[in-house]
Design a protein. Sequence first.
Length: 491
Amino acid sequence: MEASPGSVRTYNSSVKHDNASNPLTERYASREMSYLFSPNFKFRTWRRLWIALAEAEKELGLPITDAQIADLKANAETINYEDAQRREEEVRHDVMAHVHAYGLQAPSAKGIIHLGATSAFVTDNTEILQMVEGLRILRGRVVNLMAKLRDFAWQWRSTPTLAFTHFQPAQLTTVGKRATLWLHDLLLDYRELVFRDSQLALLGVKGATGTQASFLNLFAGDEARVHRPEQLVAEKVGMQRSYPVSGQTYSRKIDAQVVGALSGFAQSASKFGYDMRLLQHLREIEEPFEEEQIGSSAMPYKRNPMRAERIDALARHLIVNALNPPLTAATQWFERTLDDSANRRIAIPEAFLAADAIALIYDNIVGGIVVHADVIAANVRRELPFLMTENLMMEGVNRGGDRQVLHERFRIHAKGAADAIKSGGANDLFDRIAGDTLFGIDRGSIELMARPEDYTGLALQQTERFLREDVDPILDAERTLIRDEVGEVRV
């Protein structure tokens, strides 16, 4: 970003210094998602809906002129905020304040703005449109995450690495197979996002309690003409349908379902973030670290996993925030109550902003992830003797030993080898086994058995099959959403 002559360049121009801030918009989320929940998007969408309603009512015979609609369209984008704010101070009603302000700019249409509608016509329909667009933004981000992880999993599909249960070495897997666990979670999220998008519809044109009584009066009792504006308005704002029934508002369960899908993505990302933090502690895999980045103000040698930690922090916020919409849905009264409003103004935008921020950081990590293959191999070599327990016992049985006796001998030798490691030595379990005549296995034979790739089970085959059969068809279908650039970490 180049500074203009005489101006002061700021690292992040979104940050304000004289009022409380929202880190989601100032530090973390994309400008694209932030704009979606901005006043400009909101109030311009209100005006789109008022225009769509006026056009539908005109098409169905109400006395609305082309000139009035032209006047509305001419002023659809430029919001006279000062007029609206002044009026809201007087009437304490944001929708009526903006009806008034729009009428000042389009005086010929003043009398037909919002005709027959209630406030939820603009508020609820706008919120549905925001959620539709927000889900599609996030869908694109998840597709790009899947594409990057797919390439990573394929590249490292055959590289043995320690697999853990309880964060204790358990068996071997491959680096690529572990990545498929992250990828499979994203696959589930992708399907949920697509499904939720497919289920969204407008509130429509329902009136004060959902009965369309005001529109029945406008159209002189003609039921057919009352139903038609619902479809016309939906089509004019890019939707296919409206919900068949509602109170004054659409069911708040819909908010709970949508934010639940965002929470599901946060859960997936958080698991990835924790795995990355543990892997970075093991020095096996690291997130990107920039040339001039500082890991610690006190310890300049540190490479703290800042990105993964930020994912986990934001995911925690989103997962907890996802309780808000279900509680709101559970406490609605009859056809509507207003205790949903202030909560939804915060909970829904913040859910989308947090999900967007998480996705960007996730993308930034997988777009520059660093694998330390030598460290991974060294960790495998250190633990492999323990992981070969069953194979070594079976080989001893094949050479005439007693399985139960060998089991006890192996336990003793394994404890001794573990104690040696804890004392700063090397893992000498192979030497202990080779020196025990009860096993009857020479050191050379043990070395021939100690090929890490022989202990990864079907990790390679599972990875290849999953990528080809489950992931690639989605990426092929969503090819237009895939971008080369990596998600931006703003601060």
